[in-house]
Every structure is written in C-alpha cells, then in structure tokens.
Design a protein around this ligand. Structure first.
Ligand code: IMP
Ligand code: MG
Length: 169
C-alpha cells in the first residue's frame, strides 16, 4: 500500500471545500445528500466545516461496484426521492470514476424535479470520467489507480484509513 494523499493534505483540502460550499450557499437553504457507503467519512468531516448549520442532511445508497471494477449497473437503496422535489441539493460523493453512478443519480434527481443539483466529490479520475460528470466542488484529481481510505474500500476493507492510498496490484 502506497500513500497517495497524506492525512494532513486530505484534512486541509476538506476544510477548504467546506469554506467554498459555505460561500456558495451563503444565505440560501440546501440539502446535502450523502452517497453511502463510501462518502460517510468524507461527508462527516466536510459538513462540519460548512456554515451555517441549518441545512438538511439525507442519505442514499448507490452501488455500481464489484471488487475493483465497475459492474456497469447502478443499484439504488433508501431511494425515497420525492423529498428532493423543488430542493437545492448538494450530492456528496467519495470518488467519480466512470461517472456512471452520478450520471444515473443526476438523472433521477432531474426526473423528480430537484431545483438545482451541485456535486462535491473528494476524488475524481479525470482520465476515466472525461468530463461526463461535472464536479462543482472537487477535492483532488487522481490517476487511474484503485485507491482506498477516507471511506473508500476494497471489498469493505480499509475505509477507516485517514489518508488515501493506492492498493498494490
Ligand atoms: P463510477 O460510477 O464509475 O463513477 O464509480 C463510482 C463509485 O465506484 C464510487 O462511488 C466508489 O464507491 C467506487 N469506486 C470507484 N473507483 C474506486 C476506487 O479507486 N476505490 C474504491 N472505490 C472506487
Ligand atoms: Mg460510492
């Protein structure tokens, strides 16, 4: 396992993202949607760095992965999307890889009639996403390597690492 982004760099960048989001929504209501499971650690750190504190927080579980490769199909759990109708939502994701997951979810939010949809992702693999999903608040672009830590797993392991690491082949 090789450290790609240190604990210190991750936490510094998350605080910066929190400030950016606070400025963006300044004086406006919004609802944060945490995409489980991968985003729970990132979201916990990020949302504590956002002010003021009277926004809503909701959870959704989206899953497109088996092992280390995309299954090409997205499953949605806890999917009561009605409550997002007319809302300004901020989707919080751990990583945008192929963009399949968020393309799917964006489409769902559009169908239900969310007023606006912004995306915050800790990581992006730009060579793979190729601009398909536009990320409004991005932590770090990374190379096309399978990474773990800060909520990201490999077969449910390594989520609690406080840094981002590349898993050995
Ligand atoms: P996408 O649909 O291909 O953009 O993939 C998004 C989802 O796949 C993310 O929310 C992650 O859960 C998972 N994923 C993609 N790349 C990685 C990785 O390098 N490590 C761990 N999980 C990943
Ligand atoms: Mg995920």
């Amino acid at each position: 396992m090789k450290v790609l982004i240190s604990t210190e760099d991750v936490s510094k960048r998350i605080n910066e993202l929190g400030s950016e989001i606070s400025r963006y929504y300044s004086g406006r209501q919004f609802t944060a949607i945490v995409v489980l499971k991968g985003s729970f650690i990132f979201a916990a750190d990020l949302l504590r760095a956002v002010e003021p504190n009277d926004f809503g927080i909701e959870f959704i579980r989206l899953s497109s992965y088996r092992g280390t490769s995309s299954s090409g199909k997205v499953e949605m759990f806890m999917g009561e999307l009605e409550k997002f109708r007319g809302k300004d939502v901020l989707v919080i994701e751990d990583i945008v890889d192929t963009g399949l997951t968020l393309t799917f979810f964006n489409e769902k939010l559009r169908e239900i009639g969310a007023n606006s949809v912004k995306i915050c992702s800790l990581l992006e693999k730009p060579e793979i996403n190729k601009g398909r999903v536009k990320i409004d608040f991005l932590g770090f672009p990374i190379p096309d390597k399978f990474v773990v830590g800060c909520g990201l797993d490999h077969n449910e392991k390594y989520r609690n690492l406080p840094f981002i690491a590349v898993l050995d082949e």
